[in-house]
Design a protein around this ligand. Structure first.
Ligand SMILES: Nc1nc2c(c(=O)[nH]1)N[C@H]1C(S)=C(S)[C@@H](COP(=O)(O)O)O[C@H]1N2
Ligand SMILES: [Mo]
Length: 340
C-alpha cells in the first residue's frame, strides 16, 4: 500500500511520532477548560469533564510536519470543533479563528474560519484509544487534517473568533506559511532579506546571530563561513562551497545543502531538522547536532535506488543517539556508509 506523500516528505512507519515544539503546558496540574470567545453570540467555557461528556467521534488523520516527516492514519478521538462553534454562534463578521494554548509563550495559530471548518478539525482528547500524553498536547489539542501539523495547537484552551487575522507563533517568529497546505508545499513565506544585505554577508563570510530565513547563497564561495547561532531556516546553500564553515548552534531547519562542499564544516549543537544534505561532501564534518528529525542524506528512488548520496567518511562525526530520529531509509544509508 503506497499512498502518495506530499512533496518532499518522508514516511514515519513507527507508531510513535516525534514531539515537536513546546514540550509541556503551563500549570499542568490546574483544572483544564476550553473557551470560545471573541466574535460569537454566546461565549462558552467547557471544563475538561464537560468536553469528555460530549459525544466523541473518531477521525483517522495523516500528520505532516513542516520538518518533512509524515505519519499516516493516526486515530484521534474527540469533539468536532464545528459542533462547539455552532453552540457559540459565530457572528457574521467572524472571519478568522485563533487557537491559543495554555503554555508559557501563549502559543497560538490562526486560520480562515470557513476553511478550517471545511477540514473538519477535532478537539482531540485521545489517540490510539488512550488519553493524549502531555507532550503530544494532552489533555486537549486541536488536530487539523490536511495542513502542516503546526496548525494543530497543543494544550488548546481558548478559541477566539476574529474579524482580522492574528498571526500565530510559528507563522510570526519562524516565517512559516500561514496557509500551510502540504500538498502545495506551503512551508515558508518568502524571505524578506534584501539582496544587498545578502551580498554584504556573503562578501564578509560572517553572519552575526540574527534571522536569515531563506538566505539565498546557492553556488556561492563561502569557505570558512562563520554562522554560529544564526537562524537559517529554509536557507539555500545548494552547490555552495562551505568547506570548514561553522554553523555551531545554528537553526538550519529545512535548509538546502544539496551538492554543497561541507568538508570539515561544523554543525555542533545545530538544529538540522528537515535539512537536505543529499550529494553534499560531509567528509570530516562535525554532525554532533542537537536535533535531526526528517534530515535527508540521500534521495531514494521509487525502485529503492540511491540518488545523490552524501559523501561520508570515518572522520565525519555523528551524534549516534539521534540516528533513531531519522526515517528507516536514511538510517540504513548512513549505517552502510559507516561500515568498515
Ligand atoms: N502549544 C503548542 N502547540 C504546538 C506547537 C508548539 O510549539 N506549542 N508546535 C506545533 C508543531 S510545529 C507541530 S509539528 C506539532 C507537533 O505536535 P507533536 O509534538 O505531537 O508532534 O504541534 C504544533 N502545536
Ligand atoms: Mo512542525
Amino acid at each position: 500500500m503506497n499512498r502518495p506523500l506530499p512533496p518532499h516528505q518522508q514516511l514515519i512507519r513507527d507508531r510513535r511520532w516525534p514531539v515537536v515544539g513546546e514540550k509541556g503546558p503551563r500549570g499542568s496540574d490546574d483544572l483544564w477548560s476550553l473557551s470560545i470567545t471573541g466574535a460569537v453570540t454566546h461565549p462558552i467555557t467547557w471544563s475538561l469533564e464537560e468536553l469528555s461528556a460530549l459525544p466523541q467521534v473518531q477521525r483517522t488523520i495523516d500528520l505532516h510536519c513542516v520538518t518533512r516527516w509524515t505519519k499516516h492514519d493516526v486515530p484521534f478521538e474527540g469533539v468536532p470543533l464545528g459542533e462547539l462553534l455552532t453552540l457559540a454562534g459565530p457572528l457574521p463578521h467572524a472571519r478568522y479563528i485563533s487557537c491559543i494554548a495554555r503554555s508559557n509563550r501563549q502559543h497560538s495559530s490562526s486560520m480562515v474560519l470557513d476553511e478550517l471548518l471545511g477540514l473538519e478539525p477535532l478537539v482531540a482528547l485521545r489517540v490510539y484509544g488512550e488519553l493524549l500524553s502531555v507532550e503530544h498536547g494532552g489533555p486537549m489539542r486541536l488536530v487539523v487534517p490536511e495542513r502542516y501539523f503546526y496548525k494543530s495547537v497543543k494544550w488548546v484552551t481558548q478559541i477566539e473568533l476574529l474579524e482580522h487575522d492574528r498571526l500565530g507563533y510559528w507563522e510570526a517568529e519562524a516565517g512559516y506559511h500561514n496557509h500551510a497546505d502540504p500538498w502545495r508545499e506551503e512551508r515558508y513565506l518568502a524571505s524578506n532579506l534584501a539582496r544587498h544585505q545578502v551580498q554584504q554577508m556573503i562578501d564578509s563570510k560572517h553572519l552575526p546571530p540574527g534571522d536569515y530565513r531563506g538566505f539565498a547563497a546557492n553556488r556561492r564561495d563561502l569557505a570558512r563561513l562563520q554562522a554560529c547561532d544564526a537562524l537559517l531556516r529554509d536557507a539555500d546553500f545548494r552547490d555552495a562551497n562551505l568547506r570548514e564553515a561553522n554553523f555551531a548552534r545554528a537553526n538550519l531547519t529545512n535548509a538546502h545543502f544539496n551538492g554543497a562542499c561541507l568538508a570539515h564544516a561544523s554543525f555542533a549543537d545545530a538544529d538540522i531538522e528537515g535539512a537536505d544534505f543529499s550529494g553534499a561532501d560531509l567528509r570530516g564534518a562535525n554532525l554532533e547536532v542537537a536535533s535531526m528529525f526528517g534530515a535527508t542524506f540521500c534521495h531514494i528512488g521509487p525502485d529503492g535506488t540511491l540518488r545523490n548520496p552524501a559523501k561520508i567518511d570515518r572522520h565525519t562525526r555523528w551524534n549516534n543517539r539521534l540516528f533513531d530520529s531519522l526515517v528507516d531509509e536514511q538510517q540504513a544509508f548512513i549505517q552502510n556508509q559507516l561500515l568498515p
